[in-house]
Write a protein of this length. Structure first.
Length: 288
């Protein structure tokens, strides 16, 4: 299977793909340039918002968004462009937020990482009602993809340099997690696991940075089931959406590429799309 270019956004580091159903639009961010994109799938209309911060995550909370900006969370109203700061996750300016998601109870989960990628500098946080923050994991290097099993009893989590998708027992009532097993171990020749999402069959679709594709993994037995080819080596994440939930938006990056590599892969930093035979699993909104 091959993905096709949806929009040649030329992002330095596109991430955070998200389907906003009431807009009929895919959202994504360019982390390094602080840009939020909205692309209407039917009309092709593009909107952007700019922030003087590294923007790593966008989640829905009713009519507004929850954004991760540098080491903080903020509420953003796209109609008025008003920004309200909510919570500081990391006070160290050398550490920023990275990937995140909402769990089935509407809590916010967001990971962090060092700007210099230093080992163990990051953490994984959970934010619950009253904007109460709990550190769930520390000693993380590049906190990345999060997904919950269809029965909500398992959290899948990626700390990219480990090359593993770890499975944690998850208590939806409390948000407590307990490590269970390494669900998937990614061979080095396939790149590094980055962002991911879940489909209606409980399989994980994972963007592989340096792996030129999105890979479908079975978290029950760790086997590779399928691959989507992407004409960009640094695939960062993916999300299901579209009118029937079968379109997969794929984000990519231009960072860490020299002139020759960019000449060979000029669409790097763009977002790609493919229609699949399966639908995405439900994606949750912020309820805290």
């Amino acid at each position: 299977m091959k993905a096709s270019l949806l929009y040649d956004s030329q992002c330095m580091l596109a991430e955070g793909p998200y389907w906003k159903s009431d807009w009929g639009a895919f959202l994504w961010v360019d982390i390094e340039h602080g840009t939020l994109y909205s692309y209407e799938l039917e009309s092709g209309q593009l909107k952007t918002w700019q922030f003087p911060h590294r923007l790593t995550l966008v989640l829905e909370q009713g009519e507004v968004f929850i954004l991760a900006l540098d080491g903080k969370l903020a509420r953003f109203d796209p109609k008025t462009a008003q920004l309200e700061w909510l919570l500081e996750l990391e006070s160290d300016p050398s550490i920023r937020c990275n990937d995140g998601a909402c769990d089935p109870a509407g809590r916010i989960w967001v990971g962090t990482m060092g700007l210099d990628f230093r080992e163990g500098a990051g953490s994984l946080f959970c934010v619950d009602k009253g904007w109460q923050m709990t550190k769930k994991l520390d000693g993380v290097t590049i906190s990345n993809g999060l997904a919950w099993s269809l029965d909500t009893k398992t959290l899948y989590y990626i700390d990219s340099p480990t090359r593993k998708i770890k499975a944690f027992d998850f208590d939806v009532s409390t948000g407590d997690i307990v490590y269970r097993k390494d669900a998937v171990v990614v061979p080095e020749e396939l790149g590094t696991p980055d962002g991911m999402c879940l489909d209606e069959e409980g399989m994980l679709w994972v963007g592989h940075y340096g792996g030129s594709g999105v890979y479908r993994w079975n978290p029950e037995d760790g086997t590779l089931m399928d691959r989507i080819e992407v004409p960009a080596p640094h695939v960062t994440s993916c999300a299901f959406g579209g009118p029937e939930g079968k379109h997969l938006l794929i984000t990519t990056a231009r960072e860490n590429m020299n002139a020759e590599q960019l000449a060979n892969f000029p669409q790097s930093g763009g977002v790609f799309i493919i229609e699949l035979p399966v639908k995405g699993a439900p994606v949750f909104q912020v309820l805290i």
